[in-house]
Design a protein around this ligand. Sequence first.
Ligand code: FES
Ligand SMILES: [Fe+2]
Length: 354
Amino acid sequence: MTAFVRDQWYVAAYGREVGRELLGRTVLGEPILLYRTEDGRPVAMSERCVHRRFPLSQAPSRLDGDQVVCGYHGFTYGTDGGCVSVPGQQRIPRTARLKTYPVVEQDSFVWVWIGDREPGDTLPPRAPWMDSPDYTVVSGMEPIDSDYGLLVDNLMDLSHETYLHGGYIGTPEVAETPITTEVDDAAGIVYVSRHMDDAECPPFYAKSTGIKGRITRWQDVEYHAPGLYLLHSRVAPDGAPGPNSDGSDPHAFHVEVVYGITPSTEKTVYDFWAVARDFALDDQDVTEFLRGNNHTVVMQDVVALNVLQKSLDTEKAGYQELSINIDTGGVAARRILARLAQEGAATPAPAVAR
Ligand code: FES
Ligand SMILES: [Fe+2]
């Protein structure tokens, strides 16, 4: 199993999912309750009532103003997690308090901090395309029944597009073209690039951009371990000029593929996926095409990883994997995750729950 990395920000939900209904998510094994206060602030706290552990996201638990009323015997909690009333007595036990989690709403995600330390000045990594007026976004979330490490592996090695996603985003060139990998150990970022000239245009891009014929296709991956994965995808008609020195790139179509990778339990992970494009911004047909096509692609990964995890579960301990050049990014990611997990484990936990 891939060790959990604590003391990090994780995507718990899209902002649109957090409202005046109680939402439950399990992040790094911690059941978390999410909702929005009457003035619009997202809050996150333990999802288990301190009394008999009833899940507070489940009916008939409910919001009363900004307070959460447990649906079992009515323990009531404020936004700071403190219990404000219990049934049948005036005295509220001092320990009647839910753990709360630091929350940041940024780039259309609601991030929660899972850890033993406070985040201090640390902010989640950015995915500014998610709510930029210059991009149109389709997005969703699929839970996967696998170790989150399998999703990281999957995303770090896009050669699988050729085989698993043939007819959608995969073409022969993806698997054929070697990658370059760079690792920023201090920042915990892995970069993987694959630049393809004179490549077949897969339906995902042919139908959305309208390009007829072959393309130049760049895939520049940027994985911010542990929880955010970015794929900067650039597609242009073959032979079109490249980007200008000032960074502008008028001859190409750009798609920013964003994944929030959020470990839920040891063998489940939330796959928050999004596709942001900088072309055909108001074209509803393109939006619906990309939504459907990408959802199909995501489900191909979900099915594959579910199967893979089941298969790995039957392996005897000590099986030996074989890694080749295409795995350089994934192996680097594993190394960073292992280091971060160890650093988190080395942090002494505070004695009191917040
Ligand atoms: S379990 Fe919540 S009040 Fe009893
Ligand atoms: Fe995939």
